[in-house]
Design a protein. Structure first.
Length: 293
């Protein structure tokens, strides 16, 4: 199956560019947080001898947030790359739901009417091509490539359909790689946030000399794990949508291939010769009913 790169609007560069931009932004933000926050928390505590003795106050350990607003604020700077990834997943999922509708890709009324007119001999090459161009659906575009080879050998007609179908399949698979990339990047962002959070927790314990206080460690690690949970909440739907859309594209391509093969059998030189040898049987006429006088 040959591919033509010129004039193809679905070059994979924009998809790679989106994934590279998202990955670069998230890595830069994450490492900037590590470089800025860890030194800031490693400042020495004030000397207890130089300062007057103060009455110790028991700090109530802060639990892991459970409310949605609290969870969002607890994510800290990782909220921005995770929110960007979530927006990309929602945007391209809705876009693919609209584009991959069966009624848009293979409109059944058009296909049924088109083949009926071909079987009845009501369409020639010019009228059939005009009908396909007016419809504009992906299956009509594939048909148009084959109709331009009307009367040629079945090999030529089939090759023209393969070339046109290859472009349409690339259009149907457009942006699916973005969803796959988001399902990979999101859990990595969550894991990176967990590591940064654990570094901050251990650094806090070290500077406060809080060894042995398990509540300090548990609270910090619990907050750090929120980023992993958020990443998985984005990654799982993205992966499910990617698998769903991939299956839908495969089903549409199989149906388009079957319809295209039927077209090859009807407009190729071999098909036209077979139709010329087989006389068409006119549809049975309805018997006339006489009104009773």
């Amino acid at each position: 199956m040959t591919r033509r790169s010129h004039g193809n609007p679905s070059v994979p560069f924009p998809r790679r560019a989106i994934i590279q931009i998202v990955t670069t932004l998230t890595v830069v933000i994450a490492f900037s947080v590590m470089l800025n926050r860890v030194p800031a928390q490693s400042t020495p505590s004030p000397d207890p001898i130089a300062t007057p003795a103060a009455k110790p106050v028991k700090s109530v350990p802060k639990g892991i947030p459970r409310e949605p607003i609290e969870v969002i604020f607890a994510l800290g700077p990782f909220l921005y790359p995770l929110a960007l990834t979530s927006f990309i997943v929602v945007w391209f999922s809705i876009e693919r739901l609209v584009v991959l509708r069966r009624g848009r890709v293979i409109p059944r009324p058009f296909v049924r009417r088109f083949f009926e007119h071909l079987e009845e001999g009501k369409l020639d090459q010019k009228s059939a091509l005009k009908l396909c161009e007016e419809n504009g659906s992906p299956i009509a575009t594939v048909f148009a490539h084959g109709i331009r080879k009307w009367g040629k050998s079945s090999v030529e007609v089939e090759q023209a359909i393969i070339d046109g179908g290859d472009r349409q399949v690339s259009q149907l698979r457009k942006h699916l790689r973005v969803l796959n990339g988001a399902s990979t990047v999101a859990p990595l962002l969550g894991l990176l946030g967990t590591i940064v959070g654990m570094i901050e927790s251990f650094n806090t314990i070290a500077t406060k000399a809080a060894m042995g206080k398990s509540e300090e460690l548990a609270s910090g690690i619990g907050l750090a794990l929120l980023t992993t949970a958020a990443g998985l909440m984005i990654s799982i739907p993205a992966l499910v949508m990617y698998m769903y859309f991939s299956g839908r594209v495969d089903a549409l391509v199989i149906e388009m291939d079957g319809l295209s093969q039927d077209l090859v059998d009807m407009i190729s030189a071999e098909g036209l010769a077979e139709q010329a040898r087989t006389p068409r049987t006119p549809p049975p006429s309805k018997p006339e009913t006489r009104k009773a006088v």
